[in-house]
Design a protein around this ligand. Structure first.
Ligand code: 1GP
Length: 259
């Protein structure tokens, strides 16, 4: 195990330096070859940090084609963001090994992980464990339906904080606050700030981030990795502005927990 691109170390180093990362989420079912070609080209130009690849419900076999294209055309690290244990492909550099700690569905807390662990152990993929927290984004998303769990209420930062703390205490290497793809409301700055203040591992934030200003504000509030999917799917040019916004944000690593 342990991919050559050392994804976790990159996230951790960015956090320690106060540098912010942009991850573009690609849903293989929606990415046409033309779209993919443009995303990869703009991603290279804008020097984005990661491609997340996956979806809650990947219904075609496009995953492999999508990963092969990215790999052949750029050196940007690709990270699987799997909606099910079936979405494992060694063409990626790493896999987010998600435990849905905001929910009480045992299958998604530990069940699916038990099924996929032996496969991942034998694979070349770097396994990055994630305390995955679904936050109410004002609309039922595919992931809330598919996971059959209740999201954390948007106006309860203290629940997110306690959940995140428990995740870190259990040894999960990263945390992910997700309002879900296509959320009406992204995770609030107050919630991001609260989680940031009480935890020390890299913090990933996504769901419903449509504007560069919002990406910047989420990074400024304490997110280390900003994830954008839908907005760039709809308008690829936005990728450049998103990267500028996220990369222009700096956080004093020594005072990061005070933000
Ligand atoms: C969803 O955080 C990601 O899991 C991205 O969401 O597609 O709304 O940007 P969007």
């Amino acid at each position: 195990m342990g991919g050559k691109k050392q994804i976790f170390q990159r996230m951790q180093a960015a956090r320690q330096a106060g540098r912010k990362c942009l991850a573009i989420l690609i849903d293989p079912d929606k990415a046409t070859p033309h779209h993919l070609e443009r995303i990869v080209r703009l991603g290279v130009e804008a020097n984005i940090d990661f491609f997340f690849v996956g979806g809650s419900l990947v219904v075609t076999d496009e995953l492999s084609r999508c990963l092969a294209f990215i790999r052949q055309n750029c050196a940007i690290p690709t990270i699987l963001f799997p909606g099910s244990p079936m979405q494992v492909d060694e063409q990626a550099d790493a896999v987010l090994f998600l435990s849905l700690i905001s929910g009480r569905n045992a299958e998604l807390l530990i069940g699916q992980q038990v099924i996929s662990a032996p496969f991942l152990h034998r694979s070349s993929l770097e396994v990055v464990s994630v305390g995955y927290m679904l936050v109410d984004g004002g609309v039922p998303t595919t992931v809330s339906y598919m996971s059959n769990t209740l999201p954390i209420p948007a106006d309860k930062p203290e629940i997110a904080m306690a959940t995140a703390l428990a995740g870190e205490m259990l040894g999960l290497k990263t945390l992910y606050l997700d309002a879900g793809s296509g959320a009406h409301h992204p995770v609030s700055e107050a919630m991001i700030r609260k989680v940031r203040k009480h935890t020390t591992v890299p913090l990933i934030v996504g769901g419903g981030i449509r504007k560069p200003e919002r990406a910047w504000a989420s990074a400024q509030a304490g997110a280390d990795v900003i994830v954008v999917g839908n907005a760039v799917e709809k308008s690829v040019e936005l990728l450049t502005e998103m990267a500028e916004a996220v990369h222009s944000c700096r956080m004093d690593p020594f005072n990061a927990n005070e933000s």
